[in-house]
Design a protein around this ligand. Structure first.
Ligand SMILES: NC(=O)c1ccc[n+]([C@@H]2O[C@H](COP(=O)([O-])OP(=O)(O)OC[C@H]3O[C@@H](n4cnc5c(N)ncnc54)[C@H](O)[C@@H]3O)[C@@H](O)[C@H]2O)c1
Length: 255
């Protein structure tokens, strides 16, 4: 039985990030994992039968306070309506919102149901300052460098593989572009945010540089993290998602 501040969590996608979240949730006595859903039966075979669901229509009986998507961009389109009709939704595959139709639909669902959509800063940071300065932003650029494998390529030397808007980048590299989407949603949008993607055999990790100019100055953020066993996924993304779960539960206080 959870206390007054306990949170019942449903998880869609038990892969690299989802697996990390399961462990953290199970270690925290104020959190309860009330369901897991994955299209791959292998991923849920070790969970007790009473928390595995095979379809989102079984979600209601579990009464989650929060559902986390750590699956794929398609999963957001597939499940958002069902989840947001009764509870809050924390999504990792933020690149899905490069689809304007989906962004509008999800905004409408939150408004009409009084539910909320959350997205962690993920593999980037400084989203708090970006959002705080949203009305004063002049230029926002994100440069992402990964080992060729992280882009699904085999370059033997440094290659700029994409330059354009965040909306175009999300379409061209849908599985790699959650950072551009997170920056766009918290900043000047998908059509004004510029993106450069670099495939670099020597970069030794996933590195993201955020360059922001606003009415009163500028800031530059440079983050580097080792990829997880999924070369497209930075290790920090899962930590950031769990931190957001705790903020939803406890607010933004540090103690
Ligand atoms: N926001 C960020 O900064 C950030 C960072 C890294 C990854 N991501 C995104 O998070 C998501 C998860 O990443 P990962 O590395 O854990 O991926 P992963 O491939 O390791 O795991 C995904 C899991 O979801 C399951 N799945 C896929 N589609 C599904 C669906 N429609 N319904 C139910 N289950 C489904 C898969 O079977 C798999 O078990 C990806 O979309 C990835 O792009 C976001």
């Amino acid at each position: 039985m959870l206390g007054v501040f306990g949170l019942k969590i449903g998880l869609i996608g038990v892969g690299t990030i989802g697996g990390f979240l399961v462990k953290r949730i199970q270690e925290d006595s104020s959190l309860e994992l009330c369901f897991v859903l994955d299209i791959d039966p292998e991923k849920v075979k070790d969970f007790s039968e009473d928390i595995v669901i095979n379809s989102i229509s079984e979600m209601g009986a579990k009464k989650p306070d929060l559902v986390i998507e750590a699956a794929s961009q398609q999963a957001i389109g597939q499940y958002a309506e069902h989840v947001l009709s009764t509870t809050n939704f924390l999504v990792l595959s933020v690149g899905a919102f490069a689809d304007k139709g989906l962004e509008e639909k999800v905004k409408g669902l939150c408004k009409s149901n009084g539910t909320k959509l959350f997205a962690p800063s993920g593999a980037i940071a400084a989203i708090d300052l970006l959002k705080a300065m949203q009305s004063e932003l002049e230029e926002v650029e994100i440069v992402s460098r990964k080992n060729p494998k992280g882009w699904g390529r085999e370059d033997s030397e440094k290659t700029i593989i994409f330059e354009g808007t965040a909306r175009e980048a999300c379409k061209a590299y849908p599985k790699n572009i959650n950072i551009s989407a997170t920056v766009s949603l918290n900043g000047i949008g998908f059509d004004k945010t510029t993106v450069k993607l670099v495939s670099d055999p020597d970069c030794g990790g996933n590195r993201h540089t955020l360059n922001v100019k606003h009415a009163f100055g500028n800031f530059v953020l440079d983050v580097k993290a080792q990829p997880t066993k999924n070369p497209k996924t930075s290790s920090t993304a899962a930590y950031s998602a769990f931190d957001l779960v705790k903020k939803i539960q406890n607010g933004i206080n540090i103690f």
